[in-house]
Design a protein around this ligand. Structure first.
Ligand code: URP
Ligand code: ZN
Length: 462
């Protein structure tokens, strides 16, 4: 396959070039490559040719105790194909009675059969049972080098206490495991919730207020403290508060290995959405923040303080929310997003003049590849790398419609926004998985991708 005449953006550079794909790899990138007999030619003049996105935060098939998300691996990765996402790193929850390997195997079986793009797994640790230290090392050996802990959701399987996190981090660094933290101080959330309920402020309009931004920043500083005293790296997921990002930056400046992720919904929406009659579309945790914080987050993104953008794709349908008469009653927070990251980041970031194309690629491909041990195999357009590419047409513009999307959640919180640019074609390991409106990726094409341990000596460049 020859991709001809596009604007190729990779590794901090952007230029008009041709890209030759042979088999599953990129064979050459050059100013002018003559087409060879039998080669399929994709004309890309006027189009951006970017490394396929790596979404470091998806929850396909998540079950928090009330049944799985509408999106499974088939529909979730169909949505990925259409969004230019060629690798999804999904969470595998450790349920009661399961060791680490069992938790991963259960999800691995689903993904092997149904994933249409490449994938990897983060372990979601919920307990440390006897022998966990050895198990942790085995999991890293099998190419799973990140594990998430939750500081909230006490009513579900996910929550772990500080002692567990501290013990885990005493071992995670030496084992090559990057600990990821969903940071929200649960006591602060519960306190605020009681206050709101006492004042009869229980409708969805108060979803944002019920989970204060300060609760996130507090838990972030705790995670950074554990990183400081154990020496193990930490990755803070879905940061919504500029103060959280600043805490990460300060820690980094003090020599702590800490990484920051944010999400398109925090960058593109503000908390006025909770006043809308369709507020149920915007229920996720942490919630969407006030406009000043949205702007503040962009400032940090622009300044290079944020390493990755992940969608936190959690494809529950609106029906799966259950009772939406009060924020405290809602089941299943989470929104679909794997398909919309690229046009959102292009529209609100590049077109708005806040970031350039190189930064866009750093946040959505290169950053996740480096953070999660996929670099240099993925996240760049260069000879020898996997042929994971997205052709993005920045000229197409129009309001986003629920109907154009592929998630089984069947809605988007971004519907109605006028987005500049749409994905034209997605190539995953040399195969077209999306082209001009059609998902071509087949179930089972996606391959498990082993990741490097999070250790500098193994080439980890997070
Ligand atoms: O609301 C969200 N974010 N649901 C997904 C689970 C999580 O907290 O990451
Ligand atoms: Zn989370």
């Amino acid at each position: 396959m020859l991709i001809r005449g596009g604007t190729v953006v990779s590794e901090g550079r952007s230029s008009t070039a041709d890209v030759r794909v042979r088999g599953q790899r990129i064979a050459a990138v050059d100013e002018h490559l003559a087409s060879e007999p039998g080669e399929e030619v994709l004309e890309a003049a006027g189009v951006l040719v970017l490394p396929g996105l790596i979404d470091p935060h998806t929850h396909f098939g998540l079950d928090s105790g009330t049944g799985p998300t509408a999106d499974d691996w088939s529909t979730g990765t169909a949505s990925a194909c259409a969004g230019g996402v060629t690798t999804c790193i999904n969470f595998a929850t450790q349920f009661p009675g399961q060791g680490f390997a069992e938790a991963l195997d259960a999800v691995r079986r689903q993904a092997e059969e149904r994933a249409r793009v490449d994938w990897s797994l983060h372990l979601n640790i919920t307990r440390l049972d006897d022998g966990w230290e050895r198990e942790l090392e085995q999991v890293v050996d099998q190419g799973v080098s990140s594990a998430k802990v939750y500081t909230t959701y006490k009513d579900a399987v996910f929550y772990v206490d500080d002692w567990t996190i501290y013990r885990l981090m005493q071992r995670s660094g030496p084992a090559g495991m990057l600990v990821q933290m969903h940071a929200e101080n649960d006591d602060m959330l519960q306190g605020r919730r009681r206050e709101l309920e006492a004042a009869d402020k229980t409708s969805l309009a108060f979803h944002g207020e019920a989970r204060p931004a300060l609760a996130e920043a507090e838990a972030v500083s705790r995670g950074l403290f554990f990183s400081r005293v154990t020496g193990s790296p930490i990755y803070l997921v879905h940061l919504s508060n500029p103060l959280s990002v600043d805490l990460v930056t300060e820690a980094r400046n003090a020599g702590i290995k800490a990484l920051a992720e944010t999400c398109p919904h925090f960058l593109c929406l503000n908390d006025s959405v909770y006043q809308r009659p369709d507020a149920t579309r915007f229920l996720m945790t942490p919630p969407i923040r006030p406009e000043a914080m949205r702007r503040g987050l962009w400032e940090r993104v622009r300044a290079g303080q944020v390493d990755t953008v992940g969608s936190d794709h959690c494809g529950y349908s609106l029906e799966q929310r259950g009772d939406t008469s009060a924020f405290g009653q809602v089941r299943n927070p989470g929104i679909p997003g794997v398909e919309t990251t690229l046009p959102l980041m292009y529209t609100f970031g590049v077109k708005a003049g806040l970031i350039d194309l190189q930064q866009l690629v750093r946040l959505t491909s290169e950053g996740p590849a480096r953070a999660f041990g996929l670099w240099p195999q993925k996240g760049r357009i260069a000879a020898g790398a996997d042929a994971d590419l997205v052709l993005f047409d920045p000229r197409r513009s129009g309001p986003l419609r629920d109907e154009e999307l592929h998630s089984a959640a069947a809605f988007s919180p971004f519907a109605g926004l006028t987005l500049q640019g749409r994905v034209k074609t997605t190539v995953c390991r040399g195969r077209l998985v999306f082209d001009r409106g059609r998902v071509l990726g087949e179930e089972g094409w996606g391959r498990f991708t082993e990741r490097l341990p999070a250790l500098p000596e193994s080439g980890w460049s997070g």
